[in-house]
Design a protein around this ligand. Structure first.
Ligand SMILES: Cc1cc2nc3c(=O)[nH]c(=O)nc-3n(C[C@H](O)[C@H](O)[C@H](O)COP(=O)(O)OP(=O)(O)OC[C@H]3O[C@@H](n4cnc5c(N)ncnc54)[C@H](O)[C@@H]3O)c2cc1C
Length: 311
């Protein structure tokens, strides 16, 4: 069995989601070839997650769905791949359905676990239910949700080859790249400190940021907070924002509307701080503090400082 893993490896270090996709592919069995583009560094280290080879199209610098689809399909056909794994992020979403259509393959988006009896698990109805999907086509295309499986940390080294095929001319030109925020990227964060309209205004975010820094966490927010420009849009989590699965999600002054929960209810531990004991978020919480955010937050910051000092 041969599996192709398509990953976005641009940037200073290998994204965790890319390493997870390679881990997932290698745990399916058979040989694993990673396919990527741009200026990715340390690609040979993907051998530690089970890739035997990495093929990189260095000339492709941007996410051009058509060029990247051609790249993946070309290599999948050359390698006789029966499974193609992508990451269920913006890049993977631009490529995986196109690859599936071109290869006449069955497609499962947002896989959250290794197959069980040949069935692939995914979340449906905004994370309220799970579906187990059987793919009956000869070739399968799967996109893996980030933070779904633990990373393999082996010893191997992958060989790295430059892609030599012709991908045609790019239809997209990138004129400028602006980094959205600094610190831990939200989709990859293991801990997230998030806040909502209960914070009353943008000038009140100092405590949220301080707690996030102390916990080495990313910051997030509810949609109205981003819509009112209290926080940048890339921090908005939920049905219409980023969907995350951190180990810890701390929600401060967020009511817990279903559209918000849709993006965060796969978090492993949810801690809610709200002054209304009837706030719906408490039903989804593992830990809840009924209290005023402006009283609770300084105490949490104090506790986090003490914990860090003891380490
Ligand atoms: C189609 C659609 C898509 C949507 N998509 C999203 C989405 O992706 N993400 C999203 O977040 N929302 C989304 N929404 C909006 C969603 O329905 C809610 O309106 C929104 O999540 C509420 O944001 P909030 O909890 O910050 O604000 P509010 O509903 O105003 O809640 C504020 C909370 O803070 C608490 N509070 C107030 N003061 C304090 C205090 N001092 N200390 C502690 N707690 C306090 C209150 O008790 C309350 O529970 C969507 C809506 C629609 C219709």
């Amino acid at each position: 069995m041969s599996t192709i893993v398509f990953i976005d490896t641009r940037g200073e270090k290998l994204p965790k989601a890319a390493q997870e996709a390679v881990t997932f592919a290698s745990q399916l069995g058979g040989t694993v070839t990673a396919v990527t583009f741009g200026d990715g560094k340390a690609l040979e280290s993907l051998g530690a997650q089970g890739a035997s080879k990495v093929i990189v199209a260095r000339n492709v610098k941007t996410v051009d769905g058509q060029q990247l689809t051609k790249l993946v399909c070309d290599i999948a056909q050359k390698e006789n791949a029966t499974t193609i794994v992508c990451v269920n992020d913006a890049t993977g979403k631009a490529v995986s359905p196109r690859v599936a259509a071109r290869l006449k393959a069955g497609h499962v988006a947002g896989v959250t676990a290794l197959p069980d009896g040949g069935l692939f698990r995914r979340n449906v109805f905004s994370g309220k239910a799970r579906a187990w999907v059987e793919v009956t086509s000869a070739v399968k295309v799967l996109s893996l949700s980030p933070n779904s499986i633990p990373l393999a940390k082996g010893e191997g080294t992958a060989t790295v080859e430059d892609y030599s095929g012709d991908l045609g001319t790019a239809r997209i030109t990138v004129k400028e790249l602006r980094k959205a925020g600094s610190g831990v990227p939200l989709p990859e964060a293991e801990r997230v400190v998030s806040a909502g309209r209960g914070m009353k205004g943008p000038e009140k975010w100092g405590g949220v940021e301080e707690l996030a820094t102390l916990l080495n966490a990313a910051t997030a927010c509810s949609r109205p907070v981003a819509d009112m420009h209290w926080r940048p849009h890339h921090e908005h989590v939920g049905q219409t924002g980023v969907a995350i699965r951190p180990n810890l999600y701390i929600a401060i002054g967020i009511s817990g509307a279903i559209q918000h929960l849709a993006g965060v209810n796969q978090s492993k531990v949810i801690c809610v701080i709200n002054n209304d004991p009837e706030a719906p978020f408490f039903k989804a919480a593992d830990y809840g503090i009924v209290g005023d955010a402006f009283e609770v937050l300084p105490k949490l910051i104090e506790a986090a400082k003490k914990l860090n000092a003891e380490r």
